[in-house]
Design a protein around this ligand. Structure first.
Ligand code: ZN
Ligand code: FE
Ligand code: FE
Ligand code: ZN
Length: 267
């Protein structure tokens, strides 16, 4: 029997206003791909006006909970309940009281904004032409350090997201910018995800790059896998490739999360 594909821990739902397909269809797609465990991690609702266009309202959250609970039966794949929570200046007071009250299996921590700039949004792509690209990367990883230092999240989502549209920097600059973030993630006991949505973008590879993944491995940072599916067809996308990349970086295990407790799982 071949080892099944690793759990897919990054799935969205239409509640975020930019994904399609019912959760049951994501689950069916996972089953067809040979994935035995999934976690829905839709974009977190926020109490302020932060990026309201790309997420559920707080008043939609009970619907999200019920949609996922309806899939938590004896059938495979097993369905977990998670959230992709944004780290941004001012997020902490709300998240510190709200996250622990929800009984999540997994909390992804993601940086999608630098100040008022949604740097990974196609709508805000023009701004890339008026910024200093290495500075954006440094600011981004400074945010990841602060994210890790909050101790609010389990796993960093799409660890090198600024490459999404192809805005690359030299390996030397990348390493210098990313190492403090990797150290902070290791110190926080967090994991990072291998997010395969990068294969569907101009980045044309998984997040993070194999260089960063090797540095994560050196620090014993656990990994998990996520397709960041915004439609059922994307579940488990390029997982075979991502597993090969993880092996190149030295990984032999992925991670299961239940009630936010990590457990190693053979790759
Ligand atoms: Zn999204
Ligand atoms: Fe994200
Ligand atoms: Fe996502
Ligand atoms: Zn995402």
């Amino acid at each position: 029997m071949p080892t099944p594909l690793p759990p897919d821990y990054h799935l969205h739902t239409p509640l975020c206003k930019h994904a399609v397909g019912a959760p049951a269809e994501y689950r069916a797609a996972a089953h067809a791909r040979g994935i035995e465990e999934i976690c829905f991690t839709d974009h977190v609702p926020t109490p302020d006006a932060y990026d309201a266009r790309h997420r559920m309202a707080l008043s939609d959250f009970p619907t999200y909970r019920e949609m996922i609970a309806a899939l938590q039966d004896e059938n495979l794949p097993k369905v977990h309940f998670g959230i992709e929570a944004d780290y941004y200046e001012g997020c902490e007071d709300f998240l510190r009281q709200w996250l622990p009250a929800q009984n999540f299996d997994l909390v992804l921590g993601s940086v999608h904004y630098l100040d008022d700039w949604g740097f990974d949004s196609p709508d805000e792509l023009p701004r890339w032409s008026s910024v200093d690209v290495p500075s954006v990367w440094r600011n981004y990883f400074d945010c990841v350090v602060r994210l890790a230092n909050t101790r609010l999240f389990d796993v960093v989502g799409h660890f090198d997201l600024p490459k999404k549209f192809g805005h690359r920097i030299s390996e030397t600059t990348l390493k210098a910018a990313a190492v403090p973030a990797l150290d902070a993630v290791a110190a926080a006991g967090m994991g990072i995800e291998i997010n395969t949505s990068g294969y569907r973008r101009p980045a044309k590879e998984q997040y993070p790059a194999v260089l960063l993944l090797s540095l994560a491995r050196e620090r014993n940072i656990p990994i998990c896998f996520g397709s960041d599916a915004h439609q059922p067809e994307e579940v488990g996308h390029e997982f075979e490739t991502a597993i090969a990349v993880a092996r190149v970086a030295g990984y032999t295990q992925t991670t299961r999360f239940e009630k936010r407790r990590p457990q190693p799982l053979a790759l």
